[in-house]
Ligand binder design. Structure first.
Ligand SMILES: [Zn+2]
Length: 390
C-alpha cells in the first residue's frame, strides 16, 4: 500500500502529529493538497485488540456509540426514501442490530442484508425477520451490482484502509438513484477546550471533516443530497444519491489544509494543558474525603484521571458505568457498579466523568441520588485551571 492521499491521490502527505500510546505505531499525516487527515501505516488486517479502556491511542474494542446514531439515520433517510415501498437495504457493520431493528419497524416491506465481521455480534441479527446476515468484512463482501435501494454505513468508513474503493463498491451495489447514508466521527470535535483523551486512536485510519468526507463521497460518483449538520461537532451524517456524474478532477484546497493544521495544533495545546491540570482535579476529589464520593463514568476520562492525574480510585464509595459493565467488571481494582446502585449507595457527591453525555448523566444521577451534590468533569477542570494559574 503506497503512501499517497486517499482523497486526491497525490504524494503530499506531511506528518503533523504522533498519537500517544499507539500500539500500531501510527502517525497522523495531513495532505498538503486537499487537507485530508489520515493515519499511516494503513494496517487494516491487524488482529482485534482486547478491550483496552484507555485515554490513549490504544482505546480498544468497546463499541458503545453506534446505536445512539440509529434514530438520526432513520430520520435523515425518511426525508429522501419512501419507507412504504419495497426497499432493499444494505447495513454495513450491523453490530448488535440497532439499525436493522429500527428499519424493520419503520419500513414494513424492507428486506435487509446485514454485514458484520464479528460472528458473535452478527448472531444478534441472525433471527430477525426479512434479514439476511452476512458474516464478513465489507471489503471482502462481494456485493451484487445494482441490488440495493439504500446502503447504510455508520462509523465504519474511518476504520477502512481504502475507503474510496469501498465507497465505489457501495456505488456499484446501489440501483441508479439509490441512497447512501454515511455517518462518521467529526474531526471538529478535537476543537473542544476540555479534551483530555487521545482522539487519534489506533482503530481510526481517517479523520474526516465535513468537507473532506463530502469530497470523498462525491469523488465516488455520488451527489450529496444532505450535507452534515454544521452544529453537530461529533458526527458527520451525509445522505448521497447514486448518479452518473463521471470522474471530476480533485482540486487543491488550501483553506482546508490550513484549517486542519490549525485544529490539530489547537488540540495538542489544549490536551497538554488539560492533562497537566488533572493532578489538581485528582487532588480536589481526594480532599472530599471522608464524604462518600461516587464517580459516574469509568471510561477514557477516568483512565486519564488515574494515569495522568495520579487519582487513587480506592477512596471512592462507588464507580458507576452502565456501558463498560457489559465488557469489564472492574477498573484499576475498583469494581464497577450499575447506575441503579446509586439509589442504595446514598453518596454525598456524584462526579460525572463524561464530556459527551454529561447533561443526560447529571439528570439521571439527580433522580437516583437526590441528596447528592453533582459535580461535572468540566466544573472540576475549570477550577483546576484556576488553581494551577494561581
Ligand atoms: Zn489529498
Amino acid at each position: 500500500m503506497s503512501d499517497i492521499c486517499e482523497l486526491c491521490r497525490r504524494a503530499d502527505l506531511l506528518q503533523i502529529y504522533e498519537p500517544h500510546g499507539s500500539t500500531r505505531g501510527l502517525k497522523v499525516y495531513l495532505c498538503d493538497c486537499c487537507g485530508l487527515v489520515q493515519s499511516l501505516p494503513r494496517i487494516d488486517r491487524a488482529g482485534r485488540a482486547p478491550a483496552a479502556i484507555s485515554g490513549g491511542a490504544d482505546w480498544g474494542d468497546v463499541r458503545t456509540g453506534k446505536s445512539f446514531r440509529t434514530q438520526a439515520a432513520i430520520a435523515a433517510l425518511k426525508r429522501h426514501a419512501d419507507f412504504n415501498g419495497d426497499l432493499s437495504v444494505l447495513d454495513v457493520g450491523s453490530n448488535r442490530g440497532s439499525f436493522v431493528q429500527a428499519m424493520l419497524q419503520t419500513a414494513p416491506h424492507a428486506a435487509i442484508t446485514a454485514i458484520e465481521p464479528d460472528a458473535r455480534i452478527a448472531e444478534s441479527c441472525a433471527h430477525a425477520e426479512r434479514t439476511e446476515v452476512v458474516c464478513a468484512r465489507i471489503e471482502d463482501a462481494a456485493l451484487e451490482t445494482e441490488r440495493f435501494d439504500i446502503v447504510h454505513s455508520c462509523h465504519t468508513i474511518q476504520h477502512l484502509a481504502e475507503p474510496a474503493r469501498v465507497l465505489a463498491d457501495h456505488w456499484r451495489g446501489l440501483k441508479p438513484g439509490g441512497l447512501l447514508i454515511l455517518d462518521a466521527p467529526n474531526i471538529a470535535l478535537i476543537d473542544s477546550g476540555d479534551i483530555a483523551e487521545e482522539w487519534f486512536i489506533d482503530k481510526h485510519l481517517y479523520h474526516f471533516s465535513a468537507r473532506t468526507l463530502m469530497r470523498l463521497v462525491s469523488a465516488a460518483g455520488f451527489v450529496v443530497v444532505a450535507a452534515p449538520d454544521l452544529a453537530d461537532r461529533k458526527n458527520l451524517l451525509i445522505v448521497a444519491r447514486k448518479m452518473n456524474c463521471g470522474a471530476r478532477p480533485l482540486l487543491a484546497d488550501s483553506r482546508e489544509v490550513a484549517e486542519a493544521a490549525r485544529l490539530i495544533s489547537a488540540y495538542q495545546a489544549a490536551r497538554a494543558r488539560n492533562l497537566a491540570a488533572l493532578t489538581f482535579v485528582a487532588a480536589e476529589i481526594a480532599a472530599m474525603a471522608p464524604k462518600r464520593v461516587a464517580i459516574w463514568g469509568a471510561g477514557r476520562l477516568f483512565d486519564s484521571l488515574v494515569v495522568h492525574g495520579g487519582f487513587v480510585p480506592a477512596m471512592l464509595s462507588h464507580l458507576i458505568d452502565q456501558h463498560l459493565l457489559k465488557h469489564v467488571d472492574s477498573r484499576f481494582g475498583r469494581p464497577l457498579d450499575a447506575p441503579e446502585s446509586l439509589a442504595r449507595a446514598n453518596p454525598d457527591v456524584v462526579i460525572v466523568m463524561s464530556r459527551g453525555f454529561a447533561d443526560e448523566i447529571c439528570a439521571e444521577a439527580h433522580q437516583l441520588a437526590p441528596r447528592a451534590e453533582i459535580i461535572t468533569y468540566s466544573d472540576l477542570l475549570q477550577r483546576a485551571h484556576l488553581r494551577k494559574a494561581a
